[in-house]
Design a binder for this molecule. Structure first.
Ligand code: ADP
Ligand code: G3P
Length: 488
């Protein structure tokens, strides 16, 4: 038995990818599931659909092959609460993109609590993170608080929920990277924070045990026999691992529904002065490595909007060609604040805007504006990282995720950031990271150095745009954002 199964439970789909002894993906299965938008700014997933799609894709990907170990990576922050006796969720999962707790966050900020939260968790007081979503569930779901106080309920991010289901309720666990995204976890001491739990009235009995990224997470009979779960990391941290960003100063950016850039900062957490997040990159053998993270809520989702909202493309892959044929004289700018803006603005209330429209603006210009918005937003993050870290930040950017397949977008990214962009041969780095954690723990895959040496370049995008054009275009973006923010 030398195959490793990686579960990648993402925002729009669940994937299972089988890796062979040489860490090559050999089989995969993917299922999309429904997005529920019950009110403006609300986003939910049905936990049973998450579970069913994971279960089915795992069985499809594994087929008859006997799996040595399972690694799990997942959309982070998304919040679930379930009954310990029945495993039944008390309500839909509240997704990371959901802004329903903006008011709770505003109130906590007004009461002066943000400094403590940031000091302990490395995060900002924003609805993005699990803590206020969990508080909302306890407050709003009938009887939830009483049941929580009686010890009947369990909280978890998606990894925890999946492990609970996979192990038949035997394990209530998470890993340090997922814990770091709850806004309830002290990333320096490595423990749940009593003060923040008190502040939000969250009983600590709800919280899972926190383990290293490579550890014993229990076993599952899902694939027949008993298969151990041996690796867990939030998807952006798994991508950081999969991109082998193990040295301080190395940085990756993943382009899926959203975009998340992580810069390895080594053994010490770096507090950001530029509204980035301080987070855990990974934890091995009880030793924590930290990262600075910039989180953008809308990247590939802007392309989905071109397809599903505007109907100007049938397939994401058409966008690059359309953008390439856009009128070079027009400079349409899309600020895709569909669910507010993330780093470095953290404006939950603003909504998207388009600038620079003329009578000649059409699908091509919209397509280009959507792809460019991803580059502009990444530049915002890299500038913030540079300001926090000095010159170290503007090294090469390693990219991955579905949208990294777009050459046009990656070239614009290099042009507008002024830094080369490296795309590896394996774009499924998130799943690779999870597979490596499990395979390494199982003694099948190489150690950290051996794994890093296997990273292989597909294509480097060199900077092509001249500095004057770059500065002018970026200034136009900053102006457009300034006019979009709810509190300029
Ligand atoms: N060739 C492409 N050009 C532009 N965008 C693309 C391309 N291929 C995929 N995408 C976008 O990438 C996203 C899918 O990436 P993926 O990593 O699967 O996302 P997630 O894990 O968030 O579901 C979608 O939003 C899609 O619109
Ligand atoms: O599902 P993705 O790949 O868009 O990632 C979601 C992130 O983990 C949210 O923080």
């Amino acid at each position: 038995m030398t195959h490793i199964l990686a579960i990648d439970q993402g925002t729009t789909s669940s994937r299972a990818i089988l890796f062979d002894r040489d860490m090559q993906p050999v089989r995969s299965a993917q299922q999309e599931f429904r997005q529920h938008y019950p009110a403006s700014g609300w986003v939910e997933h049905d936990p049973e659909e998450i579970w069913q799609t994971v279960r089915d894709t795992c069985r499809d990907a594994a087929g008859e092959i006997r799996v040595a170990a399972i690694g799990i990576t997942n959309q982070r922050e998304t919040t679930l609460v379930w009954d310990r006796a029945t495993g039944k969720p008390v309500c839909n999962a509240i997704v990371w993109q959901d802004r329903r707790t903006a008011e709770i966050c505003a109130r906590l900020k007004a009461d002066g609590h943000e400094a403590l939260v940031t000091e302990r968790t490395g995060l900002l007081l924003d609805p993005y993170f699990s803590a206020t979503k969990l508080a909302w569930i306890l407050d709003k779901m009938d009887g939830a608080r009483a049941r929580a106080e009686a010890g009947e309920l369990a909280f978890g991010t998606v990894d925890t929920f999946l492990i609970w289901r996979l192990t038949g309720g035997a394990r209530h666990v998470t890993d340090a990277t997922n814990a770091a995204r709850t806004m309830l976890y002290d990333i320096k001491s490595g423990a749940w924070d009593e003060d923040i739990c008190d502040l939000l009235n969250i009983p600590m009995s709800l919280l899972p045990e926190v383990l290293d990224c490579a550890a014993d997470y229990g076993t599952t009979d899902l694939l027949g026999g008993q298969v151990p779960i041996m690796g867990v990391a939030g998807d952006q941290q798994a991508a950081t691992i999969g991109q082998a960003c193990f040295t301080p100063g190395m940085m990756k950016s993943t382009y899926g529904t959203g975009c998340f850039a992580l810069l390895n900062t080594g053994d010490e957490p770096v507090a950001s002065s530029n509204r980035l997040l301080t987070t855990i990159a990974y934890q091995f053998g009880g030793k924590t490595t930290y990262a600075l993270e910039g989180s953008i809520f809308i990247a590939g989702a802007a392309v989905q909007w071109l397809r599903d909202g505007l109907g100007i493309i049938n397939d994401a892959a058409q966008t690059g060609e359309l953008a390439a044929s856009a009128d070079p004289e027009q400079e349409v700018i899309l600020v895709p604040a569909f669910t507010g803006l993330g780093a470095p603005y953290w404006d939950a209330d603003c909504r998207g805007a388009v600038f620079g429209l003329t009578r000649g603006s059409g699908p091509k210009e919209f397509a280009r504006a959507a792809l460019e918005s991803v580059g502009f937003q990444t530049r915002d993050l890299l500038d913030a990282m540079q300001a926090d870290m000095g010159v170290q930040a503007k090294t090469v950017l390693r990219v991955d995720g579905g949208m990294a397949a777009s050459d046009w977008t990656m070239q614009f990214l290099a042009d507008i950031t002024g830094a080369p962009v490296d795309r590896p041969t394996v774009l499924e780095t998130t799943a690779l990271g999870a597979a490596w954690l499990a395979g390494m723990q199982a003694g099948i895959y190489p150690d950290q150095n051996g794994f890093a040496q296997r990273w292989a370049l597909d294509k480097r995008f060199e900077v092509g745009m001249n500095a004057a054009t770059r500065d002018r275009r970026y200034a136009a973006w900053q102006d457009a954002v300034g006019r979009t923010l709810s509190r300029p």
